[in-house]
Design a protein around this ligand. Sequence first.
Ligand SMILES: [Zn+2]
Ligand SMILES: [Zn+2]
Length: 326
Amino acid sequence: MASPRVRRFVGSFRPDSWPFWGIHLLAIFGVIFTGWSWAGFGLAVAFYYARMLFVCTGYHRYFSHRTFKTSRPVQFLLAFLAQTTAQKGVLWWAGHHRRHHKYSDKEGDVHSAKLDGFWWSHVGWIATDDPERDAIDRDRVKDLYRFPELRLLEKVNLLPAVILAVIMLWAGGWHGLLWGFFVSTVLLWHGTSLVNSLNHVIGKRRYDTDDESRNNWWIALLTLGEGWHNNHHHYMTSANQGFRWYEYDVAYYFICFLSAMGIVWDVRVAPDHVVRDEMRRPLPRVTPPVAPPLAPIAAPRMTPRLAPRPGDVVVVEPSTSLPQNG
Ligand SMILES: [Zn+2]
Ligand SMILES: [Zn+2]
């Protein structure tokens, strides 16, 4: 009998997951058959990071955590640009992500590396068909569900990605479509998934959160700042996830830029006392210095009490306890 993890691994290749794996094969074999291209790779990287910016600011920091406010048209634009990455609609994304924070690394978490292993947390939970997981968690996204334009975008959630693919084909032919869309989209899926999988396994824990979230510098590089994931689990409603000056957080710099332009406002950041509330580290063990061996103390020369010798005058004190003569 196969273990649950093996059954889940096999289950993530069922027919309903074939479009997901088909895009992978298209990207890989497209590159193999047309040959490596540095210009193509540059295009893929450019569209990877350009769209990662909207995964971070759109799907994650705005729709999932409402870390800033903006107008309704910009809200729609953020949703549309995020959905060019083909990671389903913002309502689905935000609902599942809020659930992840509620049950992080516990029963109920949709993608826990700790409970279900790397494969499941990275791609298995997306590739495996599950009606409940495919549904929008309406109770968790009531604040977003009231916007009809977001509900409409949810119904046609792949449309923004298809429009981008058509633009790539029109502007760059097959080469543009392959690198600018298929290769960069596959990379984006895995870049985003790293935060769900390895960001709960590899890295340092600064805050004592009740999950396995970590701060990881190289995931932060690949995800424009999302890799400071232990900081984020410590205070999820902060628009910045890098809490120290050297914790680069490009998505937050972008939000600051939008704020300076008046496009977004009420940008929330973690208060100082929250940032300072670091995990108590065990005090360093102090080894007492080894004292030099003490020199032996010479005992004072004592005059031994001598027993009376013959010839000594012994004075006997009168004792009241003796009977008196007389
Ligand atoms: Zn997490
Ligand atoms: Zn989050």
